[in-house]
Write a protein that binds this ligand. Structure first.
Ligand SMILES: [Zn+2]
Length: 99
């Protein structure tokens, strides 16, 4: 049974599953200028050359540190105008700069 993040988003319990339903309520941050990095409360979002977000860093373990490091990244792919969050990219030894 999937858990629920403190902001109401859901995540997959399986480390290999995509977090496709993360942060659906907050989609404004997923569009912008090429190369822009949008900073929100506990996230940074990198906008790709097509104006759509291409990756995102979450400064949260979503209440589930067993599967998420804080921070962790997700690649974002787009299909039919909708974002899809890729599998977790965890940084157990510390995250590189987000850019
Ligand atoms: Zn996440």
């Amino acid at each position: 049974m999937p858990g629920v993040c403190d902001d109401g988003t859901r995540y997959a319990d399986d480390n290999n599953a995509a977090d496709n339903n993360e942060d659906k309520t907050d989609n404004d941050r997923l569009k912008g200028e090429s190369g822009e990095i949008k900073v929100s409360k506990d996230k940074e979002t990198k906008i790709g050359s097509d104006g759509n977000a291409e990756k995102e860093r979450h400064y949260s373990d979503h209440g589930n540190p067993k599967y998420h490091t804080n921070p962790h990244d997700h690649d974002i792919t787009w299909k039919d105008g909708k974002p899809s969050f890729g599998p977790l990219i965890n940084y157990p030894n510390g995250a590189p700069p987000f850019k």
